[in-house]
Design a protein around this ligand. Structure first.
Ligand SMILES: Cc1cc2nc3c(=O)[nH]c(=O)nc-3n(C[C@H](O)[C@H](O)[C@H](O)COP(=O)(O)OP(=O)(O)OC[C@H]3O[C@@H](n4cnc5c(N)ncnc54)[C@H](O)[C@@H]3O)c2cc1C
Length: 366
């Protein structure tokens, strides 16, 4: 049973406290802030950090022991993402694409063969995932915009065509989780979508500094980097699918039920996105706090002026509120409760909250 967010107790278990302490030390050693700045400047994804996160057990925290995990759940996923994202939100985003989009979807809907193939290497830090859901025609109204199609062939395989946009981390991914329409059900757009797992041809060779960028992901899948304002460490891509052949066993979950499977993945995504925002905002607060102690104006540290103290207090209060709704949504999911509303509230509140904290800390934080 989950060990916090029951009405009378808000604390973390000793095991979870220890896990977070270990992760803090890991971050200080493996990804100091000056290194993160360098990686961002050069659009470089540090595969070695991903690998070490696996070796230290952080990628397996929410997976069952039989696949190499440590038997935790979404609460561990949330806590780890929050801690990583405090100073390294791009790695938090990678945790989202790998563990949530890939791993948790496969754990929930995969066949035993798919779980055995994908989960152990993901947990070990040898594998990563991307998600190709959003299309150029629009992301919010995904059902209205989704035009990608996978047409069944006489031998039971599929041929897929379509275009996606914003696929994040495809250059570091070994497998792309691709959503396409396989069946037309009149007046029921939510039915008839299916999910496929597409493996990179040159498996094991993740992108390093654009080395693989000019090569197709596999026969029938090509991609181009999109310009972004931030998170350059984990680039996003537009992707073209042209006459891509998909075997029947590449399908994840039930044919035509892809939308309903995605809803569970997307609840998990909302909670993990909220954890990224909470971690990022906490990082801003810590930087701003430190700066307020060090920077002097008119004869004393600026943190001793009430105008600055108000800003820091507002940030701390908002972060704590964001953390509470995020943990509540995670706890509900861990208990198997319907958490769509809370997960969505958490993502909505914390993303605006992180933006405000970043703005308050802006003159001091970067
Ligand atoms: C950094 C980044 C990474 C991403 N990573 C991935 C990924 O890995 N995989 C993936 O598949 N997708 C990814 N996405 C896509 C993301 O899910 C979409 O951007 C999102 O769903 C919004 O879609 P859109 O950008 O097409 O905006 P639109 O849907 O075009 O919306 C534009 C504006 O219109 C507003 N709007 C839309 N509908 C309504 C309405 N009914 N009423 C009022 N306002 C409305 C929206 O709020 C928004 O302000 C990523 C996006 C970003 C920015």
């Amino acid at each position: 049973m989950a060990d916090f967010m029951i009405p009378t107790q808000f604390g973390l278990s000793d095991e979870r406290k220890m896990m977070l302490e270990t992760l803090k030390k890991f971050k200080e050693k493996e990804c100091p802030k000056d290194k993160i700045g360098e990686w961002d400047e050069h659009d470089h994804f540090p595969n070695e950090v991903w690998k070490k996160l696996g070796q230290e057990g952080f990628l397996g925290a929410c997976f069952p022991e039989e696949y190499g995990g440590t038997g935790g759940n979404i609460i561990d996923e949330t806590l780890i993402t929050e801690e990583i994202s405090n100073s390294f939100s791009a790695m938090g985003l990678c945790y989202l694409t790998g563990v949530c989009f890939g791993g948790m979807s496969i754990l929930k809907y995969g066949t035993e063969a798919q779980k055995k193939k994908y989960l152990p290497p993901l947990i070990a830090g040898d594998w990563n995932f991307a998600l190709s859901l959003t299309e150029p025609g629009g992301g919010t109204d995904i059902l209205g915009a989704l035009k990608s199609r996978a047409v069944e062939q006489p031998d039971g395989s599929f041929i897929a065509n379509g275009a996606k946009i914003f696929t994040t981390g495809l250059h570091t991914a070994n497998t792309d989780v691709f959503i396409a329409r396989t069946d037309d059900i009149p007046n029921k757009p939510a039915r008839g979508l299916s999910i496929f797992l597409i493996d990179r041809d040159n498996i094991g060779k993740q992108e390093t500094d654009g080395e693989l960028m000019n090569q197709p992901f596999c026969k029938g899948v090509t991609y181009n980097k999109i310009k972004k304002l931030g998170s350059h460490i984990l680039a996003s891509f537009e992707v073209a699918f042209e006459d891509l052949k998909l075997a029947k066993d590449q399908m994840l979950g039930e044919r035509g039920a892809g939308w309903y499977s995605l809803l569970a993945t997307l609840n998990n995504e909302r909670i993990v996105c909220a954890a990224i925002a909470v971690g990022l905002a906490q990082g801003c607060l810590e930087e701003a706090n430190q700066y307020a102690k060090e920077r002097e104006a008119f004869g004393k540290p600026i943190g001793q002026y009430q105008a600055i103290q108000h800003q820091l207090a507002d940030m701390a209060t908002e972060i704590e509120l964001g953390r509470l709704i995020t943990y509540k949504a995670a706890w509900m999911q861990s208990m198997g409760m319907e958490c769509g509303v809370e997960a969505t509230m958490a993502k909505m509140y914390t993303s605006d909250m992180a933006f405000r904290c970043r703005h308050s800390a802006a003159p001091t934080a970067l």
